[in-house]
Design a protein around this ligand. Sequence first.
Ligand code: SD4
Length: 337
Amino acid sequence: MNRKNFLKLSSLGLTALSFKLKPLPTAAKKPIVISTWDSGMAVNAEAWKILSTNGKSIDAVEKGANQIEDTINCCVGLGGYPDRDGKVTLDACIMDEHSNCGAVAAIEQIKHPVSVARKVMEKTPHILLVGDGAQQFAIENGFPKEPAVLSDEAKDAYKKWLEKSEYKPIINIENKKQNGPFAPHFFDDGSVNHDTMGLLAIDNHGDLSGAVTTSGMAFKVHGRVGDSPLIGAGLFVDNAVGAATSSGLGEEVIRICGTHLVVEFMRQGYHPEMACKKAVERIVNRDRKKAKEIQVGFIAINKKGEYGAYSILKGFVYSVKSNDENQIHKSKYLLEA
Ligand code: SD4
């Protein structure tokens, strides 16, 4: 075949191919909110009040996160697991469609860290405030100082931990074998009924926002900060592409800038589920043996409202609310423990 014919044929082929592949215009699914864990159902319901009345996604994710901060539970807010000194320290962040973001880390005695994070975003030229400084800023902005009230579950687990005071960081999920008496409530299928809350929303205007709130790792070293308040690790939003959030062993997420990576995979054209899977693989491929002992899960949503999740191990679930559905999904996972 001479060059002229080849070019003719390939241009015909390419035309046919591009005709075939031309995507059908699909309307973006909006509004929609997705969140980590089954506790996300109540969080989504709160966010939905705003999304369904034409409100902004940034308000929806803040109010959604406030819902779980208001409940006494082991993993978010003032009822969360304490650090090894018995102190509850909280991490949170928030990000909007303009890449505005704010965060607080290791903040104590403040009930709504995610709202403090929003104030950091709106009222300061900074992104992250930590510890005493974060608390001082919160108080200056009208947030009351309140004592931590450990949930019964957190109290029992801490008491049990004090018996040995063995420093072994325990992440909220993982497997029963690893956590022993500290394992949170597991369902028969291995999923847990609570954990760090990360949520992502698209509003009626098509704008994306996200928020995360957590008490972090149980019995951590005082001052330890996880992935949750770190933009690009625990949360990332790019209004042109999509958004992602994480739950699980924060150190592993920080190491790979996890949610930024997920969003970059979506930018390359991967479906949210595949983007999450590729980020999980990045963690697992670093140390496959260690990966069997830890859990990390990502959830993601793209600009079209398509969503997905992936985790290292079995047990990660997430909640979705849109006009079409209101339910918990099981995440696919990479490794059998
Ligand atoms: C952290 N990623 O502090 C959080 C905790 C978490 O499931 O998500 N647990 O590392």
